[in-house]
Design a protein around this ligand. Structure first.
Ligand code: MN
Ligand code: MN
Length: 466
């Protein structure tokens, strides 16, 4: 089944909308370099779009009805937005889900030390990375430091052109004979990802003078003691903004496309939705996908179900456990996560007919998983048919794909966690080149088709025939 590039269908007006959306996305990507920052941006956008905080609704004991718009943030790392539909909640929701955590280098709890005149932070990387890709490039430090009294310092250092950056050094080629013979997995070891944070000694000090100077700066600028780093979440990410790529500017190079390139249009589709949808519309931006959706903010936790229970309660005369279960079971979901874009430089790991091609539209994966579909959510053919109908009727360019050749590898998403409720769920997403590298690549056309796909899904997707 040959597919033309999505670009072929665009007229001048489409290109204008596509480019404007891409600019908005780049701004989101550059401002949201951590899950917390993405939630901050999402809350800002939700408020601007007239969405009410579900906590306020609960506090005031207000009831919600069709057309009402609410959002909910959880621990500053998860975000959900809802538009109450015309149908009762027990008919299910149309849900868009994506994750906002991305692979990165986390700072350890006891990080600061000095070695031969250089001060370092010790780190523990987060998610699946090729460690050798994260050395010898400028890094920015983002996150929070929470003092014992609960007050919080929020940091983002390294993004403004005037800011300093941080850096993990690599071995010079001249002395790398042994290193170059190692397998890529061992070229740079996890424990060697030590980040340079300072090198000027504190005048008059003899022992650990550089470390002391760094601590003095932290005290002076942020009123932070060394012990406050015990209760900090600091993330090192590639420094700098997302950029257009290529003479034609058709691609975007940015940090964290996985999975903010799905999270952003998912969020926008709900916030931009005009009028009242037939079924309640929902966007979930979740955390911790890259390490297995664990923890209180991962999709495996109950934050989503709890929020749905609150929503159900706010929409009904009386709370009903069975009603909530029906609401979840009857829902339909696009679990959106990036797909491995076919890379001609590494053609051997893909099966071309079933690979996601950059620029050919939003990508559906009936299943993910690896080696015999292990760990996969396998979407029902009936649901897939309904999704196809919605895409075709709304002129959305889409393709279907698997993540690489059958026995080569694979990966998972949040789909299997949502389908636990019995809801229809399919993986949908955007092709990415250099996935999990510090700078990843996506096509503006795919971003635009994903946004069109999400809007159409919220508006038109119905329960598939049994
Ligand atoms: Mn992902
Ligand atoms: Mn990933």
């Amino acid at each position: 089944m040959f597919k033309k590039a999505a670009w072929e269908q665009y007229e001048a007006a489409d290109r204008e909308s596509l480019n404007a959306f891409a600019e908005d996305y780049k701004a989101f990507l550059s401002a949201g370099k951590t899950e917390r920052e993405c939630v901050t941006e999402a809350v800002k956008a939700a408020k601007a779009a007239g969405f009410a905080d579900l906590r306020e609704v609960i506090r005031e004991g207000r009831k919600l009805s069709a057309g009402d718009r609410v959002y909910s943030a959880w621990m500053g790392k998860d975000f959900m937005a809802f538009i109450i539909g015309n149908q009762s909640l027990e008919k299910g929701m149309n849900i868009l889900g994506a994750h906002i955590d991305s692979p990165r280098i986390d700072v350890k709890q006891n990080p600061l030390y000095e070695d031969e005149g250089i001060a370092y932070f010790d780190t523990h990387y987060y998610g699946g990375i090729k460690k050798y890709q994260w050395v010898a490039l400028p890094l920015a430090l983002h996150g929070v430091i929470v003092r014992r009294d609960g007050t919080k310092v929020t940091l983002a250092i390294g993004e403004n052109p005037d800011d300093p950056v941080f850096y993990i050094s690599d071995l010079l080629i001249h002395l790398a004979q042994d290193q170059m013979g190692k397998t890529a997995k061992d070229v740079v070891e996890g424990e060697a990802l030590n980040v340079i944070v300072g090198s000027e000694p504190l005048k008059g000090e003899e022992k650990e003078a550089v470390k002391k100077a760094v601590l003095a700066l932290l005290k002076e600028r942020y009123d932070i003691e060394e012990e406050d780093l015990l209760s900090a979440e600091l993330e090192l990410v590639p420094a700098g903004a997302a950029r257009d790529l290529g003479f034609d500017r058709a691609l975007i190079a940015g940090y964290g496309h996985d999975d903010r390139v799905c999270a952003y249009p998912s969020m926008r589709a709900v916030l931009d939705f005009e009028g009242t949808p037939e079924y309640t519309a929902c966007a979930i931006l979740t955390d911790k996908e890259e390490i297995g959706s664990v923890g209180a903010t991962g999709m495996a936790s109950h934050f989503f179900e709890n929020t749905c229970a609150e929503l159900y309660n706010a929409c009904s005369e009386a709370y009903c456990e069975l009603g909530l279960r029906r609401m979840l079971r009857e829902s339909r979901m696009l679990s959106s996560d990036v797909s491995a874009g076919f890379d001609p430089n590494f053609a051997g790991v893909f099966e071309k007919k079933n690979a996601a091609i950059v620029g050919r539209g939003v990508c559906f994966n009936k299943f993910t998983g690896s080696r015999g579909k292990g760990g996969s959510n396998d979407a029902n053919a009936e649901f897939m048919a309904e999704v196809r109908r919605v895409m075709d009727e709304n002129q959305v360019d889409f393709q279907t794909a698997e993540l690489g050749k059958v026995d080569v590898g694979g990966g998972g998403t949040i789909a299997y966690l949502c389908s636990k409720y019995g809801m229809n769920c399919i993986d949908a997403g955007i092709a990415v080149l250099s996935m999990h590298a510090p700078w990843e690549i996506i096509s503006k056309a795919d971003l635009w088709e994903a946004y069109k796909c999400y809007l159409a899904f919220l508006r038109d997707c119905k329960a598939p025939a049994d």
